[in-house]
Design a protein around this ligand. Structure first.
Ligand code: ZN
Length: 131
């Protein structure tokens, strides 16, 4: 089953989408399988990271800014090459195992939509597959 979600993002940051992914798995009725979370944008991404200390999200954004600064050598006319680099380095999707009808996430893991060039109206897809 395929689910589509929309969200309004901040200028740069991580949005917790774990509840939306959990709801998709619940609605699919699939007990054993896999779940793919996919971001169809080139300046955003999907990642799994800590869901306990909110400072991790802040550090993630600041660390990415340091790792991928906006450089003078960039030629892309839209002026957001740093966001494109961040998007590809994090990746467009995550795959999560479903066991007993639940996401097989670690205690401290959450699923995040990463915005690198917002604020924007974005979407993401969740595909749930029996197997
Ligand atoms: Zn661009």
């Amino acid at each position: 089953m395929l689910f589509e979600f929309t969200l309004s993002t901040p200028d740069e940051g991580l949005v917790d989408i774990t509840n939306e992914v959990r709801a998709s798995v619940r609605e699919s009725g699939i007990n054993e399988g896999i779940c793919v979370v996919f971001c169809p944008h080139t300046t955003a991404a999907i990642t799994i990271n800590e869901n306990a200390d909110p400072d991790v999200k802040t550090d993630f954004v600041n660390g990415m800014k340091n790792s991928f600064p906006d450089l003078n050598v960039f030629r892309h006319s839209e002026g957001n090459s740093d966001a494109h680099l961040k998007s590809s380095s994090v990746g467009a999707s995550e795959t999560i195992i479903i066991k007993g009808g639940k996401l097989l996430l670690g205690t401290w893991q959450g699923i995040y939509f990463c915005e690198f060039d917002g604020p924007r109206e974005r979407k993401f897809f969740v595909k749930v597959i029996r197997g």
